[in-house]
Structures are given as C-alpha cells and as structure tokens.
Design a protein around this ligand. Structure first.
Ligand SMILES: [Zn+2]
Length: 348
C-alpha cells in the first residue's frame, strides 16, 4: 500500500490541481488544432508568492499548505518566463489559499497591506501584469478598509476572497458592508477555493486541492445564492476558479430543492450565467462540456494556476485544451477566452 507521504510527494511533483487527464491527452496535442495560433492568452488565475509571506506562513505552523507537501518557489522572473514559454500575454496575479489569514485575525490586516503593497510594486512597470488584492477576512471592517485602499489607491484589478474565512462563507450577512463597497465600485471578485473548516475530518489525508477545493467553491456560491447576496449586489462581477468546481452538476439539484419551498427565481442557472469561470485545473476533457452546457462560453477565461501548478503541468493543461476542446464549442479557445477576459477587465 502506498503511504501518504509518498502519495503527496508524487502529487506535489505533478500539480496542485492534478493533471491526469492532461497528461493522457498531451500526447495527442501535437496533431490537435494544427492551425491554432500559439500565444495570446490572458491568465486570470496566476499566483505570486512573496518570500516574506511563506516565512510568515511557516512560522504560523503552515508548512504544508492545504495538505500539499511543500510551498512552491516563485519569483517575478520565473513568472514572466512561464508566460513567455506558455504563450500568456498578460496575467492578473493573486495570493492563493490560505490567503492572509494564517491563524491570527489581528495580524491578517497588516499582512494584507504588506501583500497588496508588494503586488502593486511588483506589477507597476510591468504592463503585462495586474493584481487582485487580498482581504483580511473574516474581519469585515478591516476588509472594507483594505478593499477601498487597494481598489481606489493601489489600482488593483479587483479583490480575491477565499471561499471561506475561518468557516465564514461568502453569503454571511456580516459581510454586507464589504459587499456594498464592492458593489459601489462594480468590483471584480475572484473567489479562490480554500480548505473547508472541517478539512481534516473529510479530506481522506489527501491535498484539499484535489477534491475539497471543488466542493468549497460550490458551497460558497450556493451560500451566496441562498442568502440573496448576488441579488442585492448585482454590480459585483464574480469570477470562479477551476470551472466552478462541481457547481454545474449541482445547478438543477439546488433549483429543485428551492422550488420545493416555493422559491423559483432567480434560478441557479440564472446566477451561474451571470458569473465568470476560469479554466484552471483539469477542465478537459470531461468537465468543460458540463460547464458549457450550464453557462455557455462567453464568460469562460483562461487560468494557469501557476506557481502552484508547475510549469510543465501548465504546458500540459494548455495542450490538453488544444487536444480536447471541440471546435463546435470554441473555434479558437485562446482568442475566445482572451476576448472574454477583456470584456471583464478592459485592456489588460
Ligand atoms: Zn489557484
């Protein structure tokens, strides 16, 4: 029987998201879509990882983020090299899970400021790069202050929120002041999955990014729907990762349960079609058709998930999309997702 450490090491050597299907399909990619032009991608799911942040996380006892065997390495040079070698024209950087809440809510606000100042500095003078600002949730007041500073003063392209913050999911009424501030600015909110609060009880000893991330994205969007946040703050532009996780498969089921208590609108389908979805992870070949059947293609954007997905795996996932994306879905998935990203964010 393979032991857990060996398994995690193996997984860590491949990717945070797992690319089994990508690896399988990579060998087919050379002959797939031969006329497809390389390059032109806009990457909305792209992670920076400052040294000071990793030091703080390790000091806080987080040596294995979300069950992964180690923190990945990152530098702005490595990031630009990835973009060059994978045909990514521009990218919006964000901090990944676990975000700035490393256990101490009082320190999260200071860490958010430091991370956001770093992101503003590292992207200034880099016309190919933008960033989503981190927020020190679950502290709502500090998060409003930081969101306003980042969006109004630092020039952030939006904010990133973890799918939950110490168990607080995004539909929570306590978040109303933050949602109002984001609504007033028509902000882009990039929802990145993190471990659920009971991760140790349910993750089977596996990295949370393998399964729990896909469930937690769905959990927080259902929370947003059930508690009316999306209706109350319609200007917020929500971006979900990894094709929305298991959301497309839950859509009809959530509507069925709501209809049983007389709630007919908005439907889950209405809500999903108002949101945006990146294609990070393993959308091909089986997840993408389910996502497209639920939301169409006009809100799909590209995401590499670098640096938590290593360079080789980013390449394999791109090849997998080349090989497995039906021409009736996308005549040119690179151009389509980049056009969508420009409609969401303007010229980036
Ligand atoms: Zn990510």
């Amino acid at each position: 029987m393979i032991d857990r450490r060996t398994l995690l090491g193996t997984l860590g050597g491949v990717t945070v998201s797992g690319v089994a299907h990508s690896v399988v399909s990579a060998s087919r990619s050379a002959r797939a879509n031969p006329a497809e032009p390389a390059g032109g991608l806009i990457d909305l799911h792209s992670h920076f990882l400052p040294d000071f942040y990793v030091r703080d996380a390790v000091q806080a006892g987080i040596a294995f983020p979300d069950g992964m065997p180690k923190w990945p390495s990152w530098s702005i040079g490595e990031h630009l090299a990835m973009m060059d070698s994978c045909g990514v024209d521009s990218a919006v950087l964000s901090l990944s899970s676990p975000g700035v809440l490393l256990g101490d809510t009082a320190q999260a606000a200071a860490l958010a400021r430091r991370v956001n100042d770093f992101a503003a500095e590292v992207t200034s003078g880099q016309p190919r790069l933008g960033f989503f600002a981190s927020l020190p949730l679950p502290n709502v007041v500090d998060s409003v202050v930081e969101a306003v500073r980042a969006l109004d003063d630092l020039g952030a392209d939006g904010v990133v929120m973890m799918s939950n913050a110490a168990g607080m999911y995004l539909g929570n009424a306590a978040l109303s002041p933050l949602m109002a501030a984001l609504h007033a600015r028509s902000a882009v909110v990039f929802v990145h999955p993190t471990s659920p609060p009971n991760a140790a009880a349910v993750n089977l000893g596996l990295p949370a990014s393998m399964m729990e991330f896909l469930f937690d994205t769905a959990r927080t969007v259902v929370d947003l729907l059930m508690l009316g946040t999306i209706d109350r703050y319609p200007n917020i532009r929500w971006v979900l990762t990894h094709g929305g996780g298991v959301l497309p498969l839950l859509s009809d089921r959530v509507d069925f349960f709501r209809s049983q208590v007389g709630i007919k609108a908005p439907t889950m389908s209405d809500i999903l079609q108002s949101m945006w979805f990146d294609l990070a992870g393993t959308p091909a070949p089986r997840q993408l058709p389910a996502l497209v059947s639920a939301v169409g293609t006009e809100h799909l954007v590209y995401g590499s998930d670098f640096c938590f997905t290593p360079l080789d795996a980013v390449r394999q996932q791109i090849q997998s999309l080349d090989a497995s994306t039906p021409s009736e879905v996308f005549a040119n998935w690179r151009r389509a997702t980049s056009d969508n990203a420009r409609r969401l964010l303007g010229d980036i």
